[in-house]
Design a protein around this ligand. Structure first.
Ligand code: SF4
Ligand code: SF4
Length: 374
């Protein structure tokens, strides 16, 4: 049942790109803004989450585009704190008949609860592949400093439990995800060296750091003050005055090159992640990864409050699900939505794994050209 799932997923994304299909293949769903971590690279945990979308309303909206949905990336906050997680995943699997993959990022703070929840999801949703990614931004004390006191011990405990589950369930993939920013870029080889071998697909994400992104553009979005000074780590909703100034040491490109050199390819996912890293190198060299962004077309983001955007970082909104009585199919076709989707096609503000991977599948020739990047 799970054979060739990566190839089937890639084929569906590519087919959608070359057909007249105007509905998303991948959904990025912000389940909740609740978080129990204290990461330095993100201030989600400082914000009161406020009222969030009811899962029935979210599922109702997704039902209207369910036929094409093959990939769902859940995000947060901390997804395991979302009280309706099992209900949501079960609802997605029963409605989206072509669903192949659900990504769940984990902060690993509560090893017992996390392992129990993941096992329940695996048992209840055998038809789909579940890819869990555990956030590991540093080794030992570095993890504690970057994410909160005591997290290294919890991380290791959760990692061990996920590895045990992986041996038991064929529909589980387990990977470490390192968010590289000015805070930890110098230590990236340590994390890769310790966790890449045990990961199905080691994932390197780039924090919203001015060295990698155009800070002013990214920070200016609903709920976020615009016009951040450069040389600051971009976090969600933080006022510039509250954000510490952070600078990278040495050459960013050289460190990314070293990450690429150490990156071991495992399967199609690993190959795409390596291409993604080469895309970041190209971006650092020439300002663009050279691959058109598919946010708004093949990929659509829905916030915990029901706001629909091409991706989590694009400032213009397609609308709120409420505006169309929870009909996402209709909402994506309004005149305003068409304008926002068209604008996203030419956007080059960021290069992130969540949208970058589907973008590379949709433009395979441009993506393969990245292999010549040095
Ligand atoms: S990065 Fe994730 S775990 Fe850390 S504070 Fe932000 S939402 Fe929470
Ligand atoms: S480049 Fe794509 S993923 Fe990045 S902010 Fe723009 S639309 Fe979003």
């Amino acid at each position: 049942m799970y054979r060739f799932w990566e190839i089937r997923l890639a084929a569906r994304l590519a087919a959608s790109r070359f057909s007249n299909n105007t509905e998303p293949v991948k959904l990025i769903l912000e389940t909740t803004r609740l978080c129990n971590s204290h990461c330095k690279s993100c201030d989600m945990w400082r914000q009161p989450p406020g009222p969030e979308l009811h899962p029935d309303d979210l599922l109702r909206a997704i039902s209207t585009v369910a036929r094409n949905v093959s990939w769902v990336a859940l995000t947060g906050g901390e997804v395991t704190l979302y009280p309706h997680l099992r209900y949501l995943v079960g609802g997605l699997v029963s409605r989206c008949h072509n669903l192949l993959l659900v990504n769940i990022p984990l902060n690993g703070i509560n090893p017992d609860r996390t392992a129990d929840l993941i096992e329940q999801l695996l048992v209840e949703n055998k038809r789909i592949m579940l890819h869990t990614t555990l956030s590991i931004d540093g080794i030992g004390q570095d993890q504690d400093e970057l994410r909160g006191c005591g997290q290294w011990r919890q991380t290791i405990d959760t990692w061990g439990r996920l590895q045990t589950l992986r041996k038991r369930y064929k529909n589980l993939r387990v990977s470490a995800q390192m968010t590289v920013s000015s805070l930890n870029i110098a230590k990236s080889s340590q994390v890769i060296g310790r966790f890449a071998g045990e990961s199905d697909t080691f994932i390197v994400a780039f924090g919203m750091d001015n060295r990698f992104y155009r800070v002013r553009d990214i920070s200016a979005s609903p709920g976020r003050p615009g016009g951040f000074d450069t040389r600051q780590l971009v976090t969600i909703g933080t006022k510039p005055a509250e954000t510490s100034r952070l600078e990278l040491q040495g050459s960013d490109a050289e460190v990314v090159r070293e990450i690429v050199r150490r990156y071991k390819i495992a399967g199609l996912g690993g190959f795409l992640e390596r291409l993604f890293l080469l895309g970041m190198l190209r971006r650092l060299r020439g300002g663009s990864a050279g691959v058109p962004c598919v946010a708004g077309d093949q990929v659509v983001f829905i916030s915990a409050k029901g706001e629909v955007r091409p991706c989590p970082f694009f400032e213009e909104s397609i609308g709120n699900l409420q505006d169309s009585n929870y009909d996402l199919h209709v909402l994506l076709r309004t005149a305003g939505a068409m304008d926002v989707r068209a604008a996203a096609r030419t956007c080059e503000k960021c290069w992130n794994n969540c949208v970058g991977l589907p973008s590379m599948i949709a433009s395979p020739i441009k993506a393969l050209r990245l292999l010549s990047e040095r």
